[in-house]
Design a protein around this ligand. Structure first.
Ligand SMILES: [Zn+2]
Length: 421
């Protein structure tokens, strides 16, 4: 192997006609007690993961100390007592939201600045919880774009972020950049998000679950031609569309018109599951928010809201369970920002304990399915040669007890170590 690497380096030198002395590569090898390299394919014990700079070079059985080219350094990372797997992916976070503590008391400029500070803090918590990639569908402002770019430049700690800008909302309010009313206006609303730097588009297909109109029988808020305009405009830039939807008719409208994912899906039924499967659309359940709903329900006094909450508490886990059984592709999303940042993995605990997924399927939802949803299966979701070295380890096996996903002992993103306990 050593000879082969030297030969390859020589070939590169010749090809570029450069003088000798190219920058040395950084090599790391992880000795993994248990390795789930490809979630869904089972774990193996005593494996070595070789990393060259920021990518996976190869995986070998046993604890290997591979030879590296002269002058290059090899760092050995001892995770013999740990469970090692690809970095987790959360497809639904709001890094610029902090649940009920969030206040709107400041003036606009101060709020925007404060949003950036909060987003930085929440991004760090997310990475430390083992999440190396997140999707941020719908922001309060544009703070997430700034923090995303700063993380990519390397100055700030956080996961890789796909950000959605303002949520496209059925509204005639011309102050809000996501407001959309009529086909032309809906196209423009999407283009405004694209111009600000959106990686994806989020649309509110139904009311929020915290509004009285968030009940299961509520009518869709968009007309078909408006939602179609949003989807078509997003497609002009190859952006995916995530539809927030609770009520059943809004879920079906989004599934019928061809969004890429439906978020929440609180009141989804058997006919919806069929549409998900037939159209290859992902469900991003965010079922862990039910912890909050159960808590808030005890204090709620408004009869209309109590009605919405009661229905959601009973229907939401049932909807995810039905989807799982029907073979719907489920990509994990926690709605962190509504639940606490850093508690993202509560979602996976819900999948196993209350939805009935196997622990390994819950881990598939938080890795492989996330990569599929964001169309980055060449880069993320599994530990295989050529993919980014985004790696997390837990002190015990989540395949035995899913709660282990909260006991993060190691986080690597892009070949760099951020947590090592
Ligand atoms: Zn959300």
């Amino acid at each position: 192997m050593k000879i082969f690497i030297k030969f390859a380096a020589l070939a590169v030198t010749l090809a570029y006609g450069s003088i000798a002395g190219s920058a040395a590569d950084a090599w790391k090898v992880i000795h993994a007690g248990t390795l789930l390299a490809v979630p869904g394919s089972g774990a193996k014990s005593e494996q070595s993961v070789l990393i060259k700079n920021n990518k996976i070079e190869r995986i070998e059985a046993g604890y290997q100390t591979p030879a590296v080219p002269d002058g290059d350094k090899l760092e050995i990372i001892d995770l013999k007592g740990a469970f090692v797997m690809p970095g987790l992916m959360d497809m639904h976070v709001h890094l610029d939201l902090n649940g009920p503590d969030w206040t709107q008391s400041r003036n606009k400029d101060a709020e925007a600045a404060y949003d950036v500070l909060e987003t930085i803090e929440n991004a760090r918590k997310t990475l430390e919880a083992g999440y190396t990639t997140v999707r941020n569908p719908g922001g309060r402002g544009y703070a997430v774009f700034a923090v995303r770019d700063a993380i990519n430049k390397g100055g700030i700690l956080g996961p890789r972020i796909l950000a959605g800008g303002h949520t496209i909302t059925a509204s005639a309010d011309d102050e809000y950049s996501g407001a959309c009313s009529g086909v032309e206006s809906c196209r423009a609303a999407v283009r405004r998000q694209i111009e600000m730097g959106a990686d994806m588009i989020k649309i509110y297909a139904t009311c929020s679950g915290s509004q009285p109109c968030g009940h299961g029988d509520a009518r869709p808020v968009f007309l078909d031609d408006e939602m179609r305009a949003v989807i078509e405009t997003a497609k002009t830039r190859q952006l995916t569309v995530a539809a927030h939807a609770h009520a059943i008719e809004g879920i079906k409208q989004a599934l019928r018109l061809g969004v890429n994912s439906v978020e929440h899906s609180t009141f989804a039924d058997a006919e919806a599951f069929e549409l998900y499967v037939k159209n290859g659309i992902f469900m991003v359940p965010t079922v862990a928010v039910q912890d909050n709903v159960i808590r808030d329900y005890k204090k709620a006094t408004d009869p209309a809201m109590r009605h919405v909450m009661e229905n959601a508490i009973s229907s939401h886990p049932e909807a995810v369970r039905g989807a799982y059984k029907a073979g719907v592709k489920i990509a994990a999303g926690s709605d962190a920002g509504v639940i606490s940042h850093g508690d993202n993995a509560n979602e996976l605990i819900w999948y196993v304990n209350k939805v009935g997924m196997t622990p390994e399927d819950a881990l598939v939802a938080a890795t492989v399915r996330g990569a599929e949803l964001i169309r980055k299966t060449d880069d993320f979701g599994t530990l295989e040669p050529g993919k980014f070295a985004d790696i997390v380890a837990f002190s015990s096996s989540p395949l035995e007890k899913i709660e282990a996903v909260k006991a993060v002992s190691f986080v690597m993103k892009n070949g760099e170590i951020f947590v090592q306990k």
